[in-house]
Design a protein around this ligand. Structure first.
Ligand code: PGA
Length: 253
């Protein structure tokens, strides 16, 4: 781990409407005691943000975040949600460029740049997701792909916004497949990402940017992944849908 306070983020994807989300939040608060030494973020679907925040009540140690936003503040964009709207619903984070957004919905690198800019300009935090496909990895292009996703965002930000930009390294072949990057592979890629951050800023500021690992994180592999250098937290999909398993992951630090 590079920094003392790990981040545990649960990406619910298209699961849990407002009622179910609120029930999860209530059960989760009972299981996980407030811990000043870690940050927990729940990413419900946009429609469930407010219900989740309300059910968490005064547990300010648990943040809520949006899975996606549009970069415009308002207007004729049917089906989209702006940053101000998710902030109004209690979000303090948003994911940007999750691989499902990129691969299933055709989100481009240029769009992720605009989204990160809009999120940071609104004063909340962005978790930029990057990661290579299986083809990229097999053909030795994993680093190039990650660099091509990250560098345009760093170029857009004249100054790195320290802790309000987070990076999630999620190898596409590990998402929802039950396969994880080996701890050594995760550490190697996190080190590579840290190097890109240092090049865009300076080494000290680059250390402040948290780099999360995601892709088939489970209660039984969380601690080992988290113990790798430059792994500052975990982004969890499937295993965050169950309060018991996500609470075990949050206690793995
Ligand atoms: P997974 O998803 O944990 O189910 O692999 C991770 C993610 O997509 O963020």
């Amino acid at each position: 781990m590079a920094i003392a306070k790990p981040v545990f983020a649960g990406n619910w994807k298209m699961n849990k409407g407002p009622g179910e989300a609120a029930r999860f939040a209530t059960e989760f608060c009972e299981r996980v005691q407030p811990d000043a030494d870690s940050t927990v973020i729940l990413f419900p679907p946009a429609i469930s943000l407010l219900a989740t925040r309300n059910a968490l009540a005064d547990r300010c140690d648990i943040q809520v975040g949006a899975q996606n936003v549009h970069w415009e503040a308002e207007g004729a964009f049917t089906g989209e949600t702006s940053v101000d709207m998710v902030v109004d619903a209690g979000a303090t984070f948003t994911l940007v460029g999750h691989s499902e957004r990129r691969h299933l919905f055709g989100e481009t690198i240029a769009e992720t740049v605009r989204k990160v800019r809009a999120v940071l300009d609104a004063g909340i935090s962005a978790v930029l997701c990057v990661g290579e496909s299986l083809d990229d990895r097999r053909s030795g292009r994993a680093n190039d792909t990650v660099e091509s996703q990250l560098s345009p965002v760093l170029a857009e930000l004249a100054e790195l916004p320290d802790e309000r930009l987070l990076i999630a390294y999620e190898p596409v072949w590990a998402i929802g497949t039950g396969e994880t990057a080996s701890p050594a592979d995760a550490a190697r890629m996190h080190g590579f990402i840290r190097g890109l951050l240092s090049r865009a800023s300076d080494a000290m500021r680059a250390q402040e940017i948290r780099i999360l690992y995601g892709g088939s994180v489970k209660p039984d592999n969380a601690a080992q992944l988290l113990s790798q250098s430059d792994v500052d937290g975990l982004l969890v999909g499937g295993a965050s849908l169950d309060a018991e398993s996500f609470s075990r992951i949050c206690e793995s630090a």
